[in-house]
Design a protein around this ligand. Structure first.
Ligand code: 5AD
Ligand code: SF4
Length: 440
């Protein structure tokens, strides 16, 4: 049997796309190879949100070219956002690439990659097709699953390449989504993460006779038997409306954790970014969420060094991180992307200044996160057990409803929900033991 290997870059949406890519290849009769070295078909599912993944990909493709010189029948396929952004240039730049395709063309994979090799035409870009629940999928995790609710994005964030590569927003129909959730639940899945580039604007492009409100979709998923936890990512602060907030508050399965990208704490920078909210509006939203959802954990994304960002603007970001008390944050150095509005802006920030701000930001993020986690010590948290700990084989690993990683003393079965007494904390993880092990 011919075998494939998929290397994935980027976000959860891309990781989920890889589950579809693998499913499609398996339906064509290929098997999975554990290493690139053992594969007859090498697929790279790429990302282009910042410059770093581009350079990592170039290194991988250099290796692939060397392999292909040794065995010319090797098929090399490049999919995902970088492929879409580069389109035909991929073949000019990397002439050994056989197949290239954008993220919206995965359902067509079988037209170019076959069990015997590859076929012409060699790929497709510019199509943006949503998945049908019936298309094959190779799930990476047993008890947790991603469910795509929409693709594309209608926002115009000045820094972001995503709308250019993933197209306009298209929502999957609610019946299609719920059917997939029901099938996952029957398959033993207990935790869902609903995915969309702008997940809480889901439904606005659907026919009015359907369910078209993200809060209602959360309620429909909550009603599916067997689903114990529901997460969603990423919502845009501008689209967080009351029905979504009350659905989170009222649905037992919807977790007390929201990833709410802030990007900058300065209203001036937010305006230049075209985020369409101010610092004050973001803080008001956080207040409303905290009031409606007790014990809420908040995560965020932050960018430093956006064009024109002054030292004062940057200090405002630090202030908001402290004021909100984020439980976790992904921090990024601004990376100009060709074709975006911000790449053309004057006042690009010097690399040393960006790196210095990044260091100071990470320090504050870690301090705030450590304090938030330290406050959990002594509490009992419900943990969804994933398996053995990655750092200590004597311990088990899982996540709380608030999405914090916990390493703990078992016993406990993977896939079960167990109470864990929290005994210590770092800025990103908790440690504890299953409640029955703690003397009353
Ligand atoms: N440079 C740096 N970070 C970026 N992000 C998006 N585009 C860029 C860019 N050009 C970050 C944002 C977004 C996250 C997925 O990536 O914070 O929320
Ligand atoms: Fe990019 Fe903004 Fe869309 Fe997020 S919402 S993907 S940051 S354009």
């Amino acid at each position: 049997m011919r075998r494939y290997h998929v290397t994935t870059f980027g976000c959860q949406m891309n990781a989920h796309d890889s589950e579809r890519i693998k499913g499609m290849l398996e339906s064509l009769g290929l098997g999975e190879a554990p290493e690139q070295d053992e594969a007859d078909v090498l697929v790279f599912n790429t990302c282009t949100i910042r410059e770093k993944p581009d350079t990592r990909l170039a290194a991988h493709l250099g290796d692939a070219a060397a392999r292909k010189r040794r065995r010319p029948d090797l098929v090399v396929a490049v999919g995902g956002c970088y492929a879409e952004a580069q389109r035909e240039r991929i073949f000019e730049r990397y002439p050994f690439v056989d197949v290239a395709f954008g993220p919206g063309s995965i359902p067509h994979l079988g037209e170019w990659i076959t069990a015997g090799g590859y076929a012409v035409p060699r790929g497709r870009f510019g199509t943006h097709e949503t998945f049908a629940a019936t298309l094959p999928m190779h799930r990476e995790r047993r008890f947790s699953a991603w469910v795509q609710v929409s693709m594309g994005c209608n926002s115009k964030c000045a820094y972001c390449i995503v709308p250019a590569v993933r197209g306009r927003e298209q929502s999957r129909r609610p019946g299609e989504i719920v059917a997939e959730v029901e099938a996952l639940a029957r398959d033993g899945v207990r935790e869902l993460t609903l995915l969309g580039q702008n997940v809480n604007s889901w439904g606005r492009d659907l026919a009015p006779e359907l369910v078209t409100e993200f809060g209602e979709l959360l309620r429909a998923c909550d009603a599916v038997e067997g689903i114990e936890r529901i997460r969603f990512t990423s919502p845009h602060p501008k689209d967080f409306r009351e029905p979504v907030i009350s659905a989170i508050a009222e649905c037992d399965a919807v977790c007390e954790h929201i990833h709410l990208p802030l990007q900058s704490g300065s209203s001036r920078v937010l305006k230049a970014m075209r985020r369409t909210y101010s610092r004050e509006r973001y803080l008001r939203l956080v207040g409303t969420l905290r009031e409606a959802i007790p014990d809420l954990a908040l995560g965020t994304d932050l960018i430093v060094g956006f064009p024109g960002e002054t030292e004062d603007d940057f200090s405002e970001t630090l202030e908001v991180v402290e004021a909100v008390g984020f439980d976790s944050a992904f921090t990024f150095v601004y990376s100009p992307r060709a074709g975006t509005e911000a790449a053309e802006m004057p006042d690009q920030i010097d690399g040393d200044v960006k790196r210095d701000r990044m260091e100071r930001l990470v320090e504050v993020v870690q301090r705030v996160g450590a304090a938030r986690n330290a406050a959990r010590v002594g509490r009992v948290e419900e943990v969804l057990v994933e398996g053995p700990s990655r750092t200590d084989p004597m311990l088990l690993r899982g996540r709380t409803r608030r999405n914090t990683m916990v390493n703990f003393h078992g016993p406990a079965e993977p896939g079960s929900l167990v109470p864990v007494v929290i005994e210590s904390a770092t800025s990103t993880t908790l440690k504890g033991r299953e409640r029955s092990l703690v003397a009353a």
